[in-house]
Design a protein around this ligand. Structure first.
Ligand code: ADP
Ligand code: 5GP
Length: 199
């Protein structure tokens, strides 16, 4: 079985990563989302093992010590990380795996897996980002401020990513991410002779 593509989707909180990646996975056969581990409290609609694996800080620390995480980062006072075993299993089965993680995590993955594809999702304007964060209604005013400050810092690192996608409209942004996956599958550096007919 050929090895799948590992793609990171980062971007400021509220840019629409969850929404667009959900659409991408629904529209793209063979593409799966990695479920992260976090010490953040669940939002009202979030389910254990579906949106995240919600764990305590001591459980998270023991995962770090056990070398179970492909990458991890602290974001706005909470820890987030990617369980390595599940990602590697999917990739070895030829599935494409999407990591919806922050920039610090994306750059760690790039060091460990140089063939990762790094995509950065941005809102059309900063005003739209603020409005989406408020409309989502899941964070306090203080947390929204903190997330907007982090967003400003994150924009400065965009040049270390491979692609930028503007989320003006969910279907279009998902289609552009899908086009990136299609192009990467046919990259001369990684194309598998068995799949070459699809290129
Ligand atoms: P992220 O995962 O990047 O933090 P979400 O996917 O939670 O962002 O989206 C933040 C808010 O913006 C949600 O309420 C979502 O429904 C909304 N949203 C996402 N994409 C768009 C879009 N293209 N146009 C308008 N609203 C959007
Ligand atoms: P949220 O609290 O809004 O779900 O996520 C906050 C930030 O953490 C987002 O930028 C999200 O992409 C990032 N994030 C989610 N899971 C992971 C992960 O496993 N690793 C890293 N480094 N960041 C993550």
């Amino acid at each position: 079985m050929s090895k799948g593509i590992l793609m990171v989707v980062s971007g400021p909180s509220g840019a629409g990563k969850s929404t667009v990646v959900q659409e991408l996975v629904a529209q793209t056969e063979g593409t799966y989302l990695s479920i992260s581990v976090t010490t953040r409290s669940p939002r009202p609609f979030e389910k254990q093992g579906e949106h995240y694996y919600f764990v305590s800080e001591s459980e998270f620390r023991s995962m770090i010590e056990g070398g179970e995480l492909l990458e991890y980062a602290e974001y706005a006072g909470n820890f987030y990380g990617t369980p390595a075993v599940e990602v590697d299993k999917m990739l070895s089965e030829g599935k494409d795996v999407i990591l919806e993680i922050d920039i610090q995590g994306g750059l760690q993955v790039k060091e460990r897996r140089p063939d990762v594809v790094l995509a950065f999702l941005i809102p059309p304007t900063v005003e739209e980002l603020e409005s989406r964060l408020r409309l989502r209604g899941s964070e306090s005013e203080m947390t929204i401020r903190k997330r907007l400050e982090i967003a400003e810092r994150e924009y400065k690192n965009v040049s270390q990513y491979d692609y930028v996608v503007v989320n003006d409209n969910v279907e279009d942004a998902a289609a552009r991410l899908q086009a990136i996956l299609v192009a990467e599958r046919c990259s001369a550096k990684r194309v598998n002779p068995k799949d070459i007919k699809k290129c």
